[in-house]
Ligand binder design. Sequence first.
Ligand SMILES: [Zn+2]
Ligand SMILES: [Zn+2]
Length: 266
Amino acid sequence: MNVNFCSLSSGSSGNCYYLGNEFHGILIDAGISATSIRKFLKDMDITMQTIMGVLITHNHIDHIRGLEILTRKNSIPAFTTHKIWESILTPQRKISRDCIREIPLQQKFHLAGFDIEAFPVCHDAPETVGFHICSGEKKITIATDLGHICQTAAPYIKEANLLVIESNYDEQMLVNGSYPHYLKARIHSDHGHLGNHQTSVFLADIINDSLSHICLAHLSKNNNTPEKALQTLHQTFSEKGINLNGQQIISILNRHIPSEIIRLVE
Ligand SMILES: [Zn+2]
Ligand SMILES: [Zn+2]
């Protein structure tokens, strides 16, 4: 079955990604308002009734801003681990209890025609996961908030045909920027975010012909630009003697505007 991917929003202000086949769809994170999610999906002729669930990576607001309304108004089931649910379900947050689904780490479950596995990543939340999602032969990996690529996460990332990976900050912009020291240290740490250089070096290591689409995601508003993320990637590849042979499509996901729909054909 063909698979369509679209980033509705990606960055430190809000993350939400859509993955669908001809019958159903799922969302990964709900970090923008439910109103925006509905509007962006409608613009693609996708109704909320076809959304079978939302997968949640962690409890930071840029990943769960629209979750209350999605569960209460649209009754969309939300899937994440026990530990992440514990961190989300505060008394102030009115998530519909009927929509809570607990999933184990690193065990496949089936939803909307997809086989899905949550894998742990290193980030400064009580627990954070990435998702590895398979539809037939096609494999999609989403890893948006991680300070470094640990040994557990690496195999899920290496297997992807479509990879959504964080490229949060430009090193120079972060160092020279206005953030207080503690925040710079947090972003830079092993439990913070992936910078352009880290991501590029890792991609240079794993690039292969079955990795057909690379989407650089979760760009910082203050410490990065799409041009810098792309330039760092090309420069790192050229330093390592890697020539992109036309097999890979590289996209930079916009912070506020939905991406083009990426179609993986079986
Ligand atoms: Zn985030
Ligand atoms: Zn986060």
